[in-house]
Design a binder for this molecule. Structure first.
Ligand SMILES: Cc1cc2nc3c(=O)[nH]c(=O)nc-3n(C[C@H](O)[C@H](O)[C@H](O)COP(=O)(O)OP(=O)(O)OC[C@H]3O[C@@H](n4cnc5c(N)ncnc54)[C@H](O)[C@@H]3O)c2cc1C
Length: 467
């Protein structure tokens, strides 16, 4: 079995297939595993994530994957999400004593950055999602409708759109509301906030991301497999409608009984020959799937400037501030320092792509100083900006029609990646789901079917009674 690509999709497929008894050989072009959800060491020795990554309680397959590779204990879960506007008004989202779907009622009622009119309009829209059990009739419009259109149809106030829907969904889906298929937006609220008390709980890695994948190598190698880093695939060869081999540098060719291609979709599109596109027409459509950017800003201060582990800012360019020093505290090998390391995240950061890095640092620093009074007397020791222009696929209305299934019409060829048909947006959960689905397809074809995909969190509380 050959897996190409050592991101979460390739790793989850590789680990699941190794556990099912296959000898897995994984090939990754970079010197480390984790793909987009990884970390590396800067020349000055600082460990930085490619970008802060978070998971939610409703990400059941990612949780399963972390358990399989021994990393579940490296994720810290938080029950309280904190929101702050430039006037210093604070909103909290935290489950209270009531059962789902009313578990957030208390924190929603006291959410200071929203007006009563905002809250009424939001409650109406949430009720609509609840009545449809995560679905509303207009989501079935051919070609999809945008989230903004969905909100307009439900007469949401400007405050509700800007300070609630936009804040949650741009972070979760990495796209502006006008360019997001409403299906994804409704799903976030159904799975994350309405159907189950624990769906919204936020999981944040307590170690640099690359450390989450140490168990993957062992899982594959202990079963006779291998993990090859710095080994980019250069070509795919077909013979009689089946994959014959894959080619690496210097013409080295490798063959296997089955191949999982877990590459970014645009790399896959480039590698697929015309013959492959004729045999598997979905490969000819991949370029229809657009991409969206995320920018991470890393700031190191000479002293502690923030106590919370993270906070969401409203009405600013900066969307999230993560207190990396607090999140890493007491974790493996991470030293406790006098200063503090913060990581800021800006999703759908189209406006920042062309801006010089120093301008981005200045802009974000100004917002940090406004939000965190403790930072005003602190010295910024160093700062860096990581722009990911193709961070995720863009969840545009109708995008699902371009997302191929994991099983293809080419014998021996399976696809994985957050961009394949999973029903999920571009997330770590989506990537792991795709890997598990690809592994299931391989096992089905081999005549040894097995269920690997984990189910969604079951509805609980009152929601369980009427679903
Ligand atoms: C800045 C940023 C922030 C994000 N934040 C979050 C978040 O908070 N929560 C969340 O759930 N998701 C987040 N995501 C999305 C998440 O990272 C992805 O959905 C997920 O990691 C995708 O995994 P993948 O395996 O499908 O793809 P990738 O991770 O892209 O894996 C593809 C792999 O293929 C390798 N490859 C490419 N070309 C070749 C070649 N020729 N030969 C061999 N190997 C090759 C790549 O090096 C890579 O390792 C974020 C993404 C980014 C970029």
């Amino acid at each position: 079995m050959i897996v190409i690509g050592g991101g979460l999709a390739g790793l989850s497929a590789g680990v699941a297939l190794a556990e099912a008894g296959w000898r897995v050989r994984l090939f990754e072009q970079r010197p480390f595993l984790g793909g987009r959800a990884t970390s590396y060491v800067l020349p000055d020795g600082e460990h930085v994530d490619n970008c802060q990554h978070v998971t939610l309680g409703c990400c059941t397959n990612l949780e399963d994957f972390y358990k399989r590779v021994g990393s579940a204990g490296k994720i810290k879960f938080f029950d309280r999400l904190l929101f702050q506007d430039p006037q210093g008004k604070i909103g909290r989202m935290q489950a209270g004593v009531l059962p789902a779907p009313f578990h957030m009622t208390g924190s929603f009622a006291s959410f200071a950055p929203l007006s009563l009119a905002d809250k009424r309009s939001i409650a109406r829209a949430l009720l609509d999602i609840l009545r449809g059990r995560g679905h509303t009739a207009d989501l079935d419009t051919p070609g999809g409708i945008s989230m903004l259109e969905w909100l307009r149809r439900r007469r949401q106030t400007p405050g509700a759109i800007e300070r609630f829907w936009r804040v949650v969904l741009v972070s979760a889906l990495d796209e502006e509301l006008g360019r997001t298929d409403a299906r994804f937006g409704v799903d976030v609220f159904w799975k994350g906030f309405l159907s189950n008390r624990g769906g919204y709980r936020m999981g944040v890695p307590a170690v640099p991301l690359a450390e989450l994948y140490e168990g993957c190598k062992t899982a594959m190698e202990s079963r006779g497999g291998e993990v090859n880093l710095r080994t980019p695939i250069r070509a795919i060869h077909l013979a009689k409608g089946a994959i014959e081999s894959v080619e690496f540098d210097a013409g080295r060719a490798e063959s296997a009984d089955a191949y999982v291609f877990a590459l970014p979709h645009l790399v896959m599109a480039e590698l697929a020959s015309d013959e492959m596109k004729r045999a598997e027409p979905s490969l000819a459509q991949l370029e229809n799937i657009g991409v969206a950017p995320i920018t991470g800003v890393h700031l190191w201060f000479d002293r502690a400037v923030m106590h919370e582990p993270f906070v969401t800012l409203l009405d600013t360019t900066t969307q999230w501030i993560f207190n990396k020093s607090a999140l890493y505290e007491n974790s493996n090998g991470i030293r406790k320092e006098k200063g503090q390391y913060l990581q800021l995240v800006i999703s759908a950061s189209y406006d920042l792509l062309a801006k010089p890095r120093q301008e981005i640092i200045d802009l974000c620093l100004k917002e940090v100083l406004q939000a965190l009074p403790g930072a005003r007397n602190a010295k910024l020791v160093k700062a860096t900006v990581i722009k990911e222009a193709s961070a995720t696929f863009s969840p545009q209305p109708g995008v699902d029609r371009w997302r191929p299934r994991q099983e293809t019409h080419i014998a021996g060829m399976y696809l994985a990646g957050d961009w394949t048909h999973t029903g999920w947006p571009a997330t770590m959960e989506g990537a792991v789901r795709s890997g598990y689905l690809a592994a299931e397809a391989v096992l089905r074809q081999a005549g040894t079917p097995k269920t690997i995909l984990r189910p969604d969190l079951p509805p609980d509380g009152f929601v369980a009674w009427f679903t």
